[in-house]
Design a protein around this ligand. Sequence first.
Ligand code: NAP
Length: 247
Amino acid sequence: MPPKRILILGGTAEARDLASRLVTDARYQIISSLAGRTRDPIMPEGFVRVGGFGGVDGLKSYLEEEDIDLVADATHPFAAGISGNAAAACAAANIPYVRLERPAWSPQAGDAWQSVSDVQSAARALPEGATALVTIGRQEIASFLERSGMRLVLRMIEPPEAELPPSSVLIAARPPFTLEEERETLEAHGITVLVTKNSGGEATAAKLAAAREADIPVIMIERPAKPEADTAADPDRMITLISQALE
Ligand code: NAP
């Protein structure tokens, strides 16, 4: 039997992990896809393509031209656009769509979380006079820059194009971060509130523990809805799900 062709929609550590495991499996041919947002991304193992497909129609054409048998969506929990497109394109091309989605974080004893539904609401929720550690992507900081009367400490992988207010601090850094590093960041900048997306996973969870220890409240941006799909919580279970979906 010819190998089944799998398109992994990536941009996450889990997607790279999945690709590394599947490339050695002779039953499959793997193509990983990246959006191309990060200038210097960590590349997955095996064949990689970069850039958008051009919406649902573009992705459907790609699936047909490349003879893809299954789409494994391992994008970030907040990348809702590509997941919606992928589910629709797979339905139109009549091939399975399965998703790898790391579990969301949930509050523990001692946490003071305020849940909000989007980035704009998070910016509005910041109290006057706050010193906020804002840990969201460079393309999403506009609503924070509109706020005045507070100090922003913005942490992201790459510096933003937008000009930052003189009172703000930019930390350009790539996860993972240890608990010790997070304690130091909160203390060094006198942080009074933490803003984060509910990304889940281990790589960026230490900031929540550090905030809990220091009694720092958290504005938690909850996840957008993704399409209904067979979903696995980690790469191991995803491999089983893929093999079942291709039976
Ligand atoms: P998005 O809003 O869901 O997608 C916007 C558009 O970007 C899509 O319509 C698609 O363009 C293109 N795209 C997204 N992911 C793609 C992929 N893996 N391969 C090819 N094209 C892709 O996505 P986003 O939130 O901007 O995230 C972009 C990428 O960064 C994703 O791959 C995601 O896994 C990763 N990422 C996102 C976050 C986050 O917080 N959002 C955090 C870490 C990593 P076309 O319509 O032209 O096909």
